[in-house]
Design a protein around this ligand. Structure first.
Ligand code: A2P
Length: 280
């Protein structure tokens, strides 16, 4: 039987990986679970290093050994900042340098993790408001799952809405969690009752909310479904986080600008914040 230190991880031994991690000032963390949603989407959890702090909604670099160097990509952390492990949500791109390998992760494998999480999809980058809308496509849902489970979010906002737009219904990862499981949670069940709306939309097959979220907002269907007054975001009370593809982010940002909201950042909090979802 191989000893732990001789066990191969991909093509590298654990000792080689540890050496590379320490040279590059990276953590090397063990994979503790993997969940495949579809042929193109999966999630995984790694152990959280002691002393690794982040703000809910931030992203971090993670990756694998690629020849003589680490191959790292930005990933939003799905876990809230109090969670013991770190969860990530990823696409599987057959030709993607990292995800083509990452999709074969097994429990017990090891991943590099950078030491400095960062990002703008954080509550601190938004001015105080009443309703928080988190609007995303594909894996852009990831940071919202973190922000939703941070108590600070609930201290700052009276209502929270998460929208998730995907091509096909089966790509609505975390749907059961957002529709049911979180409502049964000891802490969040009570906290979210009557204050949280999960609003999935599907663009390429029949679904109760069919179409791009941007179109549904413009047409007034979103406001109608949520019982909101008017089909514009209220610049005084609405705060928005946007996370998806470049095209989606820029469409949403233009629309929000038209509605009178100003983009914020860590240095200058505003009405909305934008970040690009990891694309492979
Ligand atoms: P659509 O099917 O109409 O392209 P992708 O898989 O390409 O990243 O897209 C994920 C989801 O985001 C799809 O449902 C897609 O809708 C939607 N989407 C892509 N671009 C935009 C955009 N500019 N505005 C709104 N939704 C978008």
């Amino acid at each position: 039987m191989q000893s732990e230190s001789r066990k191969t991880v991909g093509t590298a031994t654990l000792i080689e990986l540890q050496q590379m991690a320490s040279e590059r000032k990276l953590f090397l963390q063990k994979v503790i679970s993997v969940r495949h949603w579809t042929n193109g989407l999966f999630s995984f959890c790694i152990e959280r290093p002691e002393g690794f702090r982040f703000r809910s909604g931030e992203f971090v670099m993670i990756g694998l050994k690629d020849g003589t160097k680490p191959l790292l990509r930005a990933y939003s952390i799905v876990s809230p900042n109090w969670e013991e492990h770190l969860e990530f949500f990823s696409v599987k791109v057959p030709e993607g340098p990292l995800t083509s390998r990452l999709q074969h992760l097994q429990v017990g494998d090891h991943l590099f993790l950078s030491k400095k999480p960062t990002g703008t999809l954080v509550i601190d980058a938004l001015k105080p408001g009443k309703r928080l809308f988190m609007v995303g496509t594909g894996t852009g849902l990831a940071p919202f799952l973190s922000v939703l489970r941070d108590l600070e979010t609930h201290e700052k906002f009276e209502e929270i809405v998460i929208t998730h737009t995907v091509r096909q219904e089966q790509e609505l990862a975390y749907r059961r969690f957002l529709e049911t499981e979180i409502h049964d949670d000891e802490v969040f069940g009570d906290l979210l009752r009557d204050r949280f709306t999960y609003y999935p939309t599907v663009t390429r097959e029949e679904f109760k909310n069919k179409g791009r979220i941007t179109d549904r907002i413009r047409r007034g269907a979103f406001a109608e479904d949520l019982g909101l007054v008017g089909n514009r975001f209220n610049a005084e009370t609405a705060r928005v986080m946007v996370c998806g593809s470049l095209a989606f982010n820029s469409d949403m940002a233009s629309m929000l600008n038209e509605h009178g909201l100003v983009e914020g950042s860590n240095a200058a909090p505003g009405g909305f914040v934008v970040e690009r979802a990891f694309v492979g």
